[in-house]
Structure formats: structure tokens, C-alpha cells
Design a protein around this ligand. Structure first.
Ligand SMILES: Cc1ncc(COP(=O)(O)O)c(C=O)c1O
Length: 373
């Protein structure tokens, strides 16, 4: 067989994203009923999809034969109205994931440096590498990591060749939160770069977030998703807001009809579904509190504190086991989490990431960890 002809070395042996396992697969593998699985590896919404979005998607089926607006204009207009922007300052994508790929292509030339926290959402470095850009992961400058972003170390790492700087707030995988003044310091320290503020999990922070910063700074883009608090991970809708020149460049690299009519209709309706978001946020806050209390029962595992998101890190305190053994032991007990060593560059084998879900799912997790004791 002749060698595959790929455009650049980053595509010769590409690395792919490792998603959380599917409940049906685990149920089948271990002979467990799907209803008895605690699916805590994908940060999905325990209350399902926004009912308003589901109804609007049903109505939109009548228009499936029509091409959608290539800019998803009705959704852009709705987002602009809700967040105080002009429609021309909004780009919509098939989840934030698509917009992250557009940002990398549009704002970093091949070989350019893209800065991100270590560990971080893997899509940042996976896309960077497959597009022939250079990811620079910046870790905490301490031997005893707290898993929060070390802002001083992060600022010090920015140089004249840095083209994009990612900031995730709340952060993933730790769920830790940055103050507005720290986010401003990062944006101001990188005037020659584009700072991408990823607010995928912002609803769980009990704050409105910092989406207004894209109005103030012409080197910032703020990204949000409908996959989490609106429960629309399967629909694939996300958006970015920024100054018009940034959005114009993103539109130019965007696959023309990247958003279908169902995505547009669902996104618009979800933005009016305050009840669903409020119910979801309340459940997560209550459950996070519940699971924190229950972790007090465990000796070999510690819940890393200060998550403001719908997941948290579990540190494996017992030196005689590791994340892979615990991950597999949990799977056998019907609990799906994420193995730090597999899912995050730089997290290694002392950590797992677990979602916050309904209180009974949290009990399932803690009981299974105790059973491993
Ligand atoms: C930090 C972060 N950003 C963005 C996303 C992407 O979300 P989506 O592509 O579903 O909008 C995720 C998904 O898990 C995430 O963890």
C-alpha cells in the first residue's frame, strides 16, 4: 500500500479525543441494566434536554427541506439580543468544539504557539497539533498542585510569538474559578494574541460569567455551549462573541452551512428556557454539596475542593493503586468516570474526573469507591 498522502506531519499519526464511555456499552459489557449505570464521565445534564428546545425542534421538522441561513442568522440575532451584542459580533458552531477549531485555523499560522493551561480540555491541543500548530501547556509552578490556574506562571509564559491563549472558566478538569481581575490580567498581558475565554460550564458557577469582556477587549473571544445547562449535547450548538473583525475571520473559515435548521431552532428556544437552566443549576449545587459530605467517609480517595462546575477531581490518596485500576473497578460496579491518565495530558495516574449528577448517582459513586477500599 502506498503511504497515505497527508498535508503535514501532525496528521501522520493523529491522536483522537477520548470521550466518556457510553452507558449502553458498559451495561452490555458487565451485564448491568442501563438504568443501574451512573454515567459520570461526560458532564451531561441529569434533567435531559430543555423542553422548550425539544418542542421547537419538533416544529422545525416541517422545514427540513429548506437550506438554513449559512450564518444561523436567527440564532445569532437571539444570542445578540440576550447578551447585548450586535448579530455581526456572534458566530455559531456545531458545539464550542467546532468554534475552537475555527479559532485555531483563523488566528494561528502553522508552526505558531498556542498557550493553554496544563491540564486542560484536550480538544485545544488535539486540534492545534492536527493543524500543525504548537500547543504550549503551562503547569502550576509548585510541587503540590492545587489544580487551580497559576495566573502568575500563566502570564509569564506569554511571549511575542504566542498567537492564542486559552482560558477555561470554570476550568476543566478541576472546576476551579478565576476572578474577573485575573481574567482581565491575562487578556491585557497578551495584546498581540487572541485570548479565548471558554465558558462552557459558566451556568454552574452561580455568576453571570464574563461574557461582557468581549465588548471591552478587541483581543478576546468568549465561547459558550448549549451542551451543558441546556441539556443539548446531542444537538451540537455553541457560539462565540467577539469584535466584528474576529467574527468576520471565523465566518470565512467556517464550513458554509455548519448549522442545521434543528440546531438553530433548538438554540433559540433554549435561550428562553430559564426554568430548565434554573432547575439544572439547583440540582447540581445541591448534589455537589451532598457528594462533598459523603466523601468524608472515604480514606483512600479525596475530593479536590473548590469546583464551581458540574464535575470535580478525585485524588487517589492510596499509593498502592492508580487511576486505571480505580476506573476499571468503578466500571465493574456500574460507574463511568474519566481516568485522568487517559483523558488529560499532564494529569497522570493519581486523578479521576467525576460528574456531579443526581444525588442517588453520587451515592452510587461513593458506595462503589468504598467497596473498592
Ligand atoms: C471546557 C470545555 N469546553 C468546551 C467543550 C465543548 O462543548 P461542545 O462542543 O459540546 O459545545 C467542553 C465539552 O466537554 C469542555 O469541557
Amino acid at each position: 500500500m502506498p503511504p497515505a498522502r497527508v498535508a503535514h506531519p501532525g496528521l501522520k499519526s493523529p491522536e483522537y479525543y477520548v470521550p466518556g464511555l457510553a452507558a449502553d456499552d458498559v451495561a452490555r459489557r458487565y451485564g448491568i441494566s442501563p438504568a443501574d449505570i451512573a454515567k459520570l464521565g461526560s458532564a451531561e445534564n441529569p434533567h435531559g434536554a430543555s423542553p422548550k428546545a425539544r418542542a421547537a425542534i419538533g416544529d422545525a421538522l416541517e422545514r427540513l427541506h429548506l437550506y438554513p441561513s449559512w450564518t444561523a442568522e436567527p440564532l445569532r440575532e437571539k444570542i445578540a439580543e440576550v447578551y447585548g451584542y450586535e448579530p455581526s459580533q456572534v458566530v455559531c458552531g456545531a458545539g464550542e468544539t467546532e468554534i475552537i477549531s475555527l479559532v485555531i485555523r483563523a488566528f494561528c499560522p502553522p508552526g505558531g504557539r498556542i498557550q493553554m493551561p496544563g491540564p486542560c480540555f484536550p480538544i485545544y491541543h488535539l486540534f492545534a497539533e492536527t493543524e500543525g500548530r504548537v500547543p504550549v501547556l503551562v503547569f502550576e509552578a509548585t510541587d503540590r498542585p492545587s489544580m487551580a490556574l497559576d495566573v502568575d506562571a500563566y502570564l509569564a509564559a506569554v511571549d511575542d510569538d504566542t498567537r492564542i491563549v486559552f482560558v477555561t472558566n470554570p476550568h476543566s478538569p478541576s472546576g476551579t474559578w478565576l476572578s474577573e481581575s485575573d481574567v482581565r490580567r491575562i487578556i491585557e498581558a497578551a495584546p498581540r494574541a487572541l485570548v479565548v475565554l471558554d465558558e462552557a460550564y459558566v451556568h454552574y458557577s452561580a455568576t453571570p460569567g464574563y461574557i461582557h469582556l468581549a465588548r471591552e477587549y478587541d483581543n478576546a473571544v468568549v465561547l459558550r455551549t448549549f451542551s451543558k445547562a441546556y441539556g443539548l449535547a446531542g444537538l451540537r450548538v455553541g457560539f462565540g462573541v467577539a469584535s466584528r473583525p474576529i467574527i468576520d475571520a471565523l465566518l470565512a473559515v467556517k464550513p458554509t452551512w455548519n448549522m442545521g435548521g434543528l440546531q438553530i431552532a433548538g438554540g433559540i428556544a433554549a435561550l428562553d428556557d430559564d426554568d430548565h437552566v434554573a432547575r439544572t443549576v439547583a440540582t447540581i449545587a445541591e448534589s455537589r454539596h451532598h457528594v462533598a459530605r459523603r466523601f468524608g467517609e472515604l480514606d483512600r480517595f479525596r475530593m479536590v475542593p473548590h469546583s464551581r462546575s458540574n464535575f470535580f477531581l478525585v485524588e487517589i490518596v492510596d499509593p498502592d493503586t492508580d487511576s486505571n485500576a480505580v476506573f476499571n473497578g468503578l466500571l465493574e460496579r456500574g460507574v463511568i468516570v474519566k481516568d485522568g491518565a487517559v483523558s488529560w495530558r499532564g494529569l497522570e495516574d493519581r486523578f479521576l474526573r467525576c460528574d456531579v449528577n443526581l444525588p442517588e448517582k453520587m451515592d452510587h459513586l461513593v458506595d462503589a469507591l468504598r467497596d473498592l477500599d
